[in-house]
Design a binder for this molecule. Sequence first.
Ligand SMILES: CC(C)(COP(=O)(O)OP(=O)(O)OC[C@H]1O[C@@H](n2cnc3c(N)ncnc32)[C@H](O)[C@@H]1OP(=O)(O)O)[C@@H](O)C(=O)NCCC(=O)NCCS
Length: 195
Amino acid sequence: MSSTLPLHMYIRPLILEDAHDVSELESRGFPPEERASSETIAFRLTVCPELCSGLFIREVEGQEVKGETLIGHILGTKIPGANDSNRQAFITLESMGKVHDEASSTVAIHSVVISPEHQKKNLATLLLTDYIQKLSNQEVGQRIVIIAHEPLVPFYERIGFQAVGENESVKKDPAFGKAKWCDMVRELVKEEYES
Ligand SMILES: CC(C)(COP(=O)(O)OP(=O)(O)OC[C@H]1O[C@@H](n2cnc3c(N)ncnc32)[C@H](O)[C@@H]1OP(=O)(O)O)[C@@H](O)C(=O)NCCC(=O)NCCS
């Protein structure tokens, strides 16, 4: 598998200057009704770039770096807690828009995309694992939530997410409601290092 991996790969937080490339990649990953708009992408990259992660290939000619190409991304925000403090917060139709609550302890992943020509090389697994590890150790929040199409539930389970049932909010939307969406949650636990 490693022989097919792109050379010169790296992961870094996304910034507003990446918004155009993120929009392009988003439109390659999702049908129009599921993808984030350019405005929503710009909002996320402005208010919480630390929750938005990009996988890049650096183009190198000899010693010279010619540029970089975005081949994968994760877009997240923190979503407001449930009204009832005993209930866990999950993604809603509203929180998929321009919503970020800095005080919340729940990070919502709204999008995971790998460009089609680089899929099935473990890159989404790599990007998600890096994202979870960084957020855990930076103590950014207590948990990550995501909504997944039913067929992708086993994929997220392998990365440590637990399925907790069907998402109640998105099924009210005629476009989203066509498929079954599952709420999934991954607790963030800081790794302890020996000093
Ligand atoms: C889902 C996605 C991010 C996976 O990226 P990837 O780099 O190919 O993933 P990995 O190589 O790390 O893992 C591959 C595994 O993902 C799962 N998977 C990917 N696409 C799948 C699909 N359409 N149905 C079911 N499982 C799927 C499989 O378990 C697959 O393992 P397999 O190759 O042994 O079958 C990528 O297919 C993508 O960008 N899709 C479009 C956007 C999307 O649907 N995003 C997820 C919802 S936010």
